[in-house]
Design a protein around this ligand. Structure first.
Ligand code: NAP
Length: 314
């Protein structure tokens, strides 16, 4: 697995150079979508000629610009599960930070909802490996974010089986598409209550409950464990797993904090937003402080806060 360290300081000249390159990069992305204005197209054309086509408009976003992304420079983001409880606030965050977002839904109605939110919508079922790969190759994302779950039917055994299959096969298909599309980073939703029992709190380095049986076995052994392996145990794409506590807030089952490690859906979305370019690959617990899981890693390495909420316009 490729690990990276975050660079604390950068000379001013590099910063200026990065801003120019990021501007051109954004131009390139806009051009691919037919959104760039004529002067912008001319500027990008001159830049390409001057650099003899060596600059594609993509690489500084993932290398020189590592400290940007969530903090300013636009990225191409493929958001699987954009209509969901975390997906929707994440759409707002990404859109308001000027990222180019392609959001997925299984339905035309979901696609229309996403377009109403001001991003590009795409109808994709992640079990359809070929269509998914084609969608990713077409979107050319820098980062894929996976916010897929299938629990709208509840937590009866059939729903848990369906959700485990989504985590297992859907994630494998997304990882495959990410590799095919040479995506830099894949950020995936997991859960914070899959640890094997031990004294609290649970740290990210603690083992998952792979021996679980019954309903917990369906969820953890058949779903969470293969999801995390698929994302973390491969070398080509940086894998980040966000282990969310029990969600509450708009779109979630509960309006108020619930369970041993609650987290608000907007704070959950914020963690994925920050992970675009912060933090080394690996797993991060995302929950409110004082619960069953330790969250120091997310606070220190992603700069995450459980208090984050979207600013509402009056
Ligand atoms: N950590 C937690 O506490 C936790 C975790 C998961 C769920 N939940 C609870 O469960 C509630 C309902 O769950 P939900 O599963 O409906 O979650 P959700 O977060 O509301 O939505 C799930 C997302 O996954 C997408 N999706 C599902 N199957 C897909 C597939 N095969 N291909 C492509 N996209 C697919 C859905 O898209 P479309 O429907 O638009 O096609 C939707 O965007 C949540 O609101 C939450 O309260 C809690």
């Amino acid at each position: 697995m490729s690990l990276h360290t975050e660079t604390p300081l950068r000379p001013a000249a590099t910063g200026i150079a990065f801003r120019v390159l990021a501007l051109v990069g954004r131009n390139e992305v806009q051009q691919e979508r037919g959104l760039a204005s004529a002067p912008n197209r001319l500027f990008a054309g001159l830049f390409r000629t001057a650099t003899r086509g060596r600059y594609t408009g993509r690489w500084p976003l993932g290398t020189l610009g590592r400290e940007q992304g969530a903090r300013g420079a636009p990225m191409n983001v493929f958001l699987a599960g954009a209509t969901g409880a975390i997906g929707r606030p994440l759409v707002s965050l990404l859109r308001d930070a000027s990222h180019c977002v392609i959001g997925t839904s299984r339905s035309a109605a979901g696609k229309a909802t996403l377009e109403g939110l001001g991003i590009q919508g795409m109808v994709v079922d992640v079990f359809d490996r070929e269509t998914l790969e084609h969608a990713v190759l077409e979107a050319k994302p820098d980062v894929i974010i996976h916010q897929l779950t299938d629990l709208s039917g509840g937590t009866d055994p059939q729903s848990l089986e369906r959700n485990a299959r989504l985590r297992r096969e859907g994630t494998a298909n997304l990882t495959h598409a990410a590799r095919a599309g040479r995506v830099k980073r894949l950020i995936a939703q997991s859960i914070a209550w899959a640890y094997a029992p031990k004294e609290l709190p649970y740290y990210e380095s603690d083992p998952l409950d792979e021996e679980a049986d019954g309903l917990r076995g369906i969820s953890v052994r058949d779903g969470v464990v293969p999801l995390e392996r698929s994302v973390l145990r491969q070398a080509e794409v940086e894998g980040v797993v966000l282990r969310y506590g029990q969600l509450y807030g708009p779109g979630a089952w509960s309006a108020n904090p619930t369970g041993s490690s609650p987290v608000h859906v907007e704070a959950a979305a914020y963690a994925a937003f920050l992970a675009l370019d912060r933090g080394a690959p690996g797993a991060y617990n995302i929950a409110e402080p004082g619960g069953a899981v330790a969250i120091t890693k997310a606070v220190e390495r992603l700069g995450w806060s459980a208090d984050f909420r979207l600013q509402r316009k009056e």
